[in-house]
Design a protein around this ligand. Structure first.
Ligand code: NAD
Length: 256
């Protein structure tokens, strides 16, 4: 049995994680942490407020964190220093911070981070990187619910980074100097323009839009339900014990 502790357990993602891990064979939720919801019961587990105490009391193998960009670093520090492998879905932490945190981990402990746990999103990023080799003119439009804390999304940042690695030429991003309203041309990350949309009703969506001579190519992924992320989270919980150090991206666990 893989013993799992969930931080952010009462949040939109955390609730799905508790349900998905509880339903899976070979793993169990041994503790759930969410300071604002201490005392509430979720799938038979009582939520507590202090991560260090919860780790000491429940002896977990794996932490799954879907919290907030402002608290995730502290949670990872506590878990890694206790020798607990981490599966992190919270976005907004710079790669430099992740690298520093992984360096603190005891030998054999893994910090696994995925900007997107949905298989379709992993494929969308892969196809976008492939297309960028042949169609270097590209912009990203990411669309999320209106309570998302960070912008651009972690998925958009990762996509931009993969495109930057794959492109053999970098076309200019036109129209920036002549913007009439600031921000109209989006943010420039790794020389890729990203536009962030935030609206109620959305979950997590991204379109990667390529332009070429007389043609466009759109690669789009839509998470229409948060269960879309759960097979990826369950896979990471199963596999993180076989990894060590910093591992980024679900594709690293997909058997290729
Ligand atoms: P949410 O606001 O619904 O839930 C976050 C929960 O964390 C809240 O219940 C909050 O009380 C709790 N929390 C706050 N501080 C805490 C602490 N110190 N310890 C434990 N819990 C704490 O947010 P959400 O929609 O569930 O998203 C959470 C994160 O996951 C965001 O960063 C989001 O961008 C990310 N996300 C990632 C993926 C992915 O595939 N990687 C998918 C969806 C969302």
């Amino acid at each position: 049995m893989i013993r799992v502790i969930v931080t952010g357990a009462a949040g939109k993602m955390g609730r799905e994680v508790v349900a998905a891990v509880s339903a899976e064979s070979g793993m169990e939720v041994v503790a759930a942490v969410d300071p604002l919801h201490s005392g509430e019961c979720l799938d038979g587990v009582t939520i507590t407020g202090d991560l260090s105490e919860a780790i000491a009391a429940s002896n977990p193998d794996v932490l799954v964190d879907f919290t907030h960009p402002t608290v995730v670093e502290g949670n990872i520090r506590v878990a890694l220093s206790a020798g607990v492998d981490c599966v992190v879905g919270t976005t907004g932490l710079p790669v430099e911070t992740l690298t520093e945190l992984a360096a603190l981990a005891p030998e054999g402990t893994c910090l696994f981070v995925a900007p997107n746990f949905a298989i379709g999103a992993v494929l969308m990023m892969r196809f976008a990187a492939e297309a960028a080799r042949f169609m270097p003119h590209v912009e990203i439009i990411e669309l999320h619910h209106d309570r998302k804390a960070d912008a651009p999304s972690g998925t958009a940042l990762r996509t931009a980074s993969l495109i930057a690695d794959a492109r053999t030429s970098v076309p200019a991003a036109p129209g920036r100097e002549t913007e009439i309203a600031e921000g109209a041309r989006g943010a420039l990350v790794d020389n890729v323009t990203i536009h962030s949309v935030r609206l109620p009703g959305l979950v997590a969506h991204q379109e990667v839009l390529f332009g070429g001579q007389g043609q466009t190519l759109s690669i789009r992924h839509d998470s229409i339900d948060r269960t879309s992320f759960m097979p990826g989270v369950v896979l990471a919980v199963r596999e993180v014990g076989t990894q060590s150090g910093l591992v980024v991206g679900l594709e690293r666990l997909m058997g290729e």
